[in-house]
Design a protein around this ligand. Structure first.
Ligand code: 6PG
Length: 252
């Protein structure tokens, strides 16, 4: 049976600020609709530096435009460091967003990276069942892309890429700085999202974006293998989209 075709869209913007502004509005609209339909909005935050401007923009949405009190926050991956470490994805998201919005503390699900591999099993239990027989677990997953095409802490050719059952796994050896072990959501976990949004900027990501959007092959990087129940949208600046064939682009 062939792979399910995923609705993918590549949206190209003049720069990261423009992409972040449109994506922030998209997230807020998705949150309002999710809460209207299901009473809550489950958001997965990405790590790295790219989404920081997006998070600061989201922090400016008040309760009338973003249902923060009905929002639940998870993380796509975490470094195996403490929650106050400069390398912690949680610390970065807290500084730019979570410390400024009224998401109830019990609904912010931090990956306890400082506990190492044991945190992976506990986080998978907190996420609960995933898979085609379960309802979508996440409403919207935010992801970044590394120059090698990795996403979350799913690095090319590493064992975590072959995981087909578990939702969260330890990554003993990182494939990029910081060179610390990681904990990451797996492809099956990402696939249990209603929607995935990649935010990518910079010429150093252009080859990775090109390969993710090329015809599927053994060279397709992890970011090109992400699927979702609904759609996978890429919000990309011109520099990162510079090597993608024009037919794939929808310039905004
Ligand atoms: C992490 C992220 C990782 C990140 C990419 C891009 O833990 O670092 O989950 O997947 O999104 O490496 O990072 P930048 O946004 O810093 O380029």
């Amino acid at each position: 049976m062939g792979r399910p075709r995923v609705a993918r869209r590549l949206r190209v913007f003049r720069d990261l600020e423009a992409a972040s502004a449109v994506l922030a509005s998209r997230i807020a609209a998705h949150a309002r609709l999710a809460v209207r339909r299901r009473g809550r909005f489950v958001l997965v935050l990405s790590g790295g530096s790219t989404p920081q401007a997006l998070y600061r923009r989201l922090a400016r949405f008040g309760p009338r435009t973003f249902p923060w009190r009905a929002t639940e926050v998870f993380f796509g991956d975490e470094r195996c460091v403490g929650p106050r470490s400069a390398e912690s994805n949680y610390a970065a998201a807290r500084r730019a967003l979570l410390a400024h919005v009224p998401v109830p503390a019990r609904r912010v699900h931090r990956i306890e990276g400082e506990r190492g591999a044991r945190a992976a099993r506990d986080y998978a239990e907190r996420i609960g069942p995933i898979g085609s027989r379960s309802p979508p677990r996440f409403d919207l997953v935010l992801l970044g892309v590394g120059p090698d095409g990795h996403t979350a802490s799913l690095f090319p050719g590493r064992p975590a890429m072959r995981e087909r059952r578990r939702s969260v796994v330890p990554v003993p050896r990182a494939g990029c700085p910081p060179w610390v072990p990681r904990i990451t959501l797996t492809l099956p976990a990402l696939a249990s999202a209603r929607e995935v949004a990649f935010l990518v900027a910079g010429a150093e990501k252009a080859t990775a974006v090109r390969d993710a959007w090329a015809a599927r092959s053994s060279r397709t990087p992890p970011s090109g293998r992400v699927t979702a129940r609904g759609r996978v949208d890429w919000y990309v600046d011109r520099a990162a989209a510079s090597q993608v064939r024009p037919a794939a682009r929808r310039t905004r």
